[in-house]
Design a protein around this ligand. Sequence first.
Ligand SMILES: Nc1nc2c(ncn2[C@@H]2O[C@H](COP(=O)(O)OP(=O)(O)O)[C@@H](O)[C@H]2O)c(=O)[nH]1
Ligand SMILES: [Mg+2]
Ligand SMILES: [Zn+2]
Length: 309
Amino acid sequence: MALSSEATVMRSTGSWYEVLADDGRILPCRVRGRLRLRGSRTTNPVAVGDRVVYEIDEKDECTIVDVLPRSNYIIRRASNLSKESHIIAANIDRAVLLATLFQPVTSYEFIDRFLVTAEAYGVPTCIVLGKYDLARERPEELEAFLSVYRGAGYRVIPVSAVDGTGIAQIKELFAEGTTLLAGHSGVGKSTLVASVEPGLTLRTGEVSKASHKGQHTTTFSQMYLLSGGGRLIDTPGIKGFGLLEIAPQELCRYFPDMARVAPDCAFTNCTHTHEPSCAVIEAVEQGRIAWQRYESYLKMLDDDGKYRR
Ligand SMILES: Nc1nc2c(ncn2[C@@H]2O[C@H](COP(=O)(O)OP(=O)(O)O)[C@@H](O)[C@H]2O)c(=O)[nH]1
Ligand SMILES: [Mg+2]
Ligand SMILES: [Zn+2]
């Protein structure tokens, strides 16, 4: 008679999984065949962050037999042509975007797409402004950035691995629950994580470069256990966030700064583009909503649904 218990999925390669059992053991698992067929529109029925039920047989082999309901999850399309989606991570307490003003540039539009997507998935967000030591050298751009996002109501934490700015705050943030860390390549994710948790090396990015085993190696997230108690999910799939179908009249719900004033628009189905007596346009004109945010909004509207990448 197999013994069944619960665990959290830390890693998957598609054919096998690494789980953290509730008794603290880290176990390799396979997935029961029947489970693969369920959730047929996703390429991975079991995702990093999933709470699962597993069984150990008499040969000590572990099998995931069930996935418990998810509190949230982030998906992307499996490939450009595919209708199938891939679950990047599940049961996330916060999605942190590491953004840099330059080296490399993280555009306002990219940040806003990230924020909108996470908001639509019900995942709280936080922006970490990386390489603050460099950003400080351009005070005008820095001030603009901080005022756009803090003004919109987001938490922004400036950090620098060079001078130690913000590292203590990040440690505190990461100590609680499960954090998904995202950001363009080169923004300093690996460096930040090493500052927070000396000795921890993020592996997802490197595997793809080193092994040339095909694209699959780049598409899997991985969970790391932090000594402070938190869990960190490193995801290489950030560019593909999306797969959302948001109606034009609904998009503004996911811009909290716009959603706040939208009830004052003359039309309840206002798209905030051409309508008369639009409270959003008025707020942009008066500088109460940052024009950069409004510009992102218009670009996303313009995609006409194509912003599910
Ligand atoms: N000036 C400055 N450079 C940084 C900082 N953090 C990382 N870097 C540099 O940025 C480059 C990319 O960092 P890395 O952690 O590999 O980025 P990743 O691709 O996001 O993992 C490296 O050359 C780092 O030394 C920082 O806070 N300040
Ligand atoms: Mg890296
Ligand atoms: Zn309006």
